[in-house]
Design a protein around this ligand. Structure first.
Ligand SMILES: [Zn+2]
Length: 487
């Protein structure tokens, strides 16, 4: 029995789907205005693992994700890059798809974009006006939060309290300060759509209600997104969807992944303290980044630092070593067919038990951190088995090792890890170690006040396409060569 923490009820609940054997998932995607950063990729990894686990449990999963491709930010960024808003959105949509492929994240069944659903959006806005949940003033359409009795049920806020604490500037055409835009009037922009309320574009929240219901129906199983989207985005999605369809709940289980913080502050574009997925992929293997993310429960925030990512590389390395030893052993010839009295029964039990405890961890609100702990235990047991004093590679032990290898593969595949241990030596990790080694020599030169030598190292690295920056948090480096990013 799977249990999930539902933001809507504040409880861990038994997971029962709307339609038997089927799970419908919608996850809020990114605004395609720039390259994805670790915060986006964390979210994608978390829901990818949830999806993989549900599939492993036998569910038929449909997974939908959106791209927000029209708003003020897109227009501003398009201007900066000298592209049309369409071109900008397309550029970063493609970049995101490249990033998730590199990260071994399964593609959504459908990626949908706001600008492809303008008709559906206008239809929902009109219905909300007709039903008395929305009003139109001077080219803008607002949702009237006072008309929707359940407003605040997801975030656990009451409207009067929100109003008292509200710092939203009261706009004179809004009836209530928390009323939010469904349709925005746009006067001078080249990009706008005709509507019964004049030229404009949709508000942000409406696209997710329209697209999720279009592909998954009026009631579906899981809606995901970051904790920072609970209010107002997801609160507003509920208001729009339930007011529109008259059915509830719009979504049965609301799941929220934690943010990525740096020294306690949220990693975000606006704070300028973020790592793009590409910058990280230039330094770390996808498996390492994924492993690092999954060692934390999806709901918890991650206080990111590069040191922890390096530690994750070492920890993952232990698992990869076990797997490699297992693989190498299975390539060898069998010693003989005799049985020297070595006991195998215990090992069979160990394999069964590890599989069970892995499932228990994942059943408990997809606790990947505990699941990774179980894989480490499995690795320890395998090492103990093959290093046992009476161990012999015979037909029986070979079968058991194959079974252990299968289980290993099954469990890491649920977590989306690839363990590509067969790579040649000139791989990213060796390169990383070499760069760290060189930078350490530079550090020693600086400590001896030999600044000429230190500068020469930096300049030489620069010539090779490796940029070195001294920051208040230490030395950071990036590989600037295009081919690292796959062109
Ligand atoms: Zn959304």
């Amino acid at each position: 029995m799977i249990k999930v923490y539902n933001t809507l009820t504040g409880n861990k609940e038994e997971f029962n789907t709307v339609h038997e054997g089927k799970v419908n998932i919608y996850v809020c995607g990114l605004t395609v205005q720039n390259y994805s950063h670790l915060g986006h990729i964390r979210s994608a990894i978390n829901y990818d693992v949830i999806r993989r686990y549900l599939e492993y449990k036998g569910y038929d999963v449909t997974y939908i994700q959106n791209f927000t491709d029209i708003n003020e930010k897109i227009i501003k960024r398009a201007d900066e890059e000298g592209l049309s808003p369409d071109e900008l959105a397309e550029k970063y949509r493609r970049a995101y798809l490249e990033d998730i492929r590199a990260m071994n994240i399964k593609k959504a069944d459908i990626y949908c974009s706001a600008t492809d659903h303008i008709k559906g959006i206008q239809e929902m806005v009109q219905t909300l006006i007709d039903k008395g949940f929305a009003y139109h003033t001077d080219g803008n359409v607002y949702f009237s939060v006072e008309k929707f009795n359940d407003y605040g049920k997801l975030s656990g806020r009451k409207l009067d309290e929100m109003e008292a604490g509200s710092r939203v500037a009261v706009s004179k055409d809004k009836k209530h300060p928390l009323d939010f835009a469904l349709w925005k009037k746009v006067e001078d922009e080249e990009i706008s759509w005709d509507s019964p309320w004049g030229k404009g574009w949709p508000g942000w929240h409406i696209e997710c209600s329209v697209m999720s219901m279009k592909y998954l129906g009026n009631k579906f199983d899981i809606h995901g997104g970051g904790t920072d989207l609970i209010f107002p985005h997801h609160e507003n999605e509920i208001a729009q969807a339930e007011a529109y369809s008259g059915e509830k709940p719009f979504v049965k289980y609301w799941l929220h992944n934690g943010t990525i913080d740096i020294k306690g502050e949220k990693m975000s574009k606006s704070l300028g303290n973020f790592f793009t997925t590409r910058e990280l992929l230039a330094k770390f293997k996808p498996d390492v980044i994924r492993y690092y993310v999954l060692t934390k429960h999806y709901h918890s925030p991650i206080d990111f630092n590069l040191e922890d990512l390096k530690k994750a590389r070492v920890s993952l390395g232990r698992l990869i070593n076990t797997r490699r030893n297992l693989y190498n052993l299975l390539q060898k010839d069998t010693d003989n067919n005799s049985n020297n009295g070595f006991s195998y029964e215990k090992f069979v039990e160990v394999l069964k038990k590890k599989r069970r405890t892995f499932e228990e961890a994942m059943d408990d609100d997809f606790n990947s951190a505990r699941a990774i702990g179980v894989i480490h235990e499995l690795a320890t047991e395998i090492n103990k088995f093959i290093n046992g004093s009476n161990f012999q590679l015979n037909e029986t032990s070979r079968l058991l090792l194959k079974e252990a290898d299968n289980l290993f593969t099954k469990l890491i595949t649920i977590l989306g890890l690839k363990f590509d241990y067969a790579d040649n030596k000139a791989d990213t990790e060796l390169l990383n170690e070499l760069i760290e080694y060189i930078l350490n020599a530079r550090k020693q030169a600086r400590e001896k006040k030999d600044y000429d030598a230190a500068d020469k190292i930096r300049d030489d690295l620069q010539k090779m396409g490796i940029e070195v920056n001294d920051t208040p948090h230490g030395v950071e480096w990036t590989i600037k060569k295009e081919e690292i990013y796959g062109g």
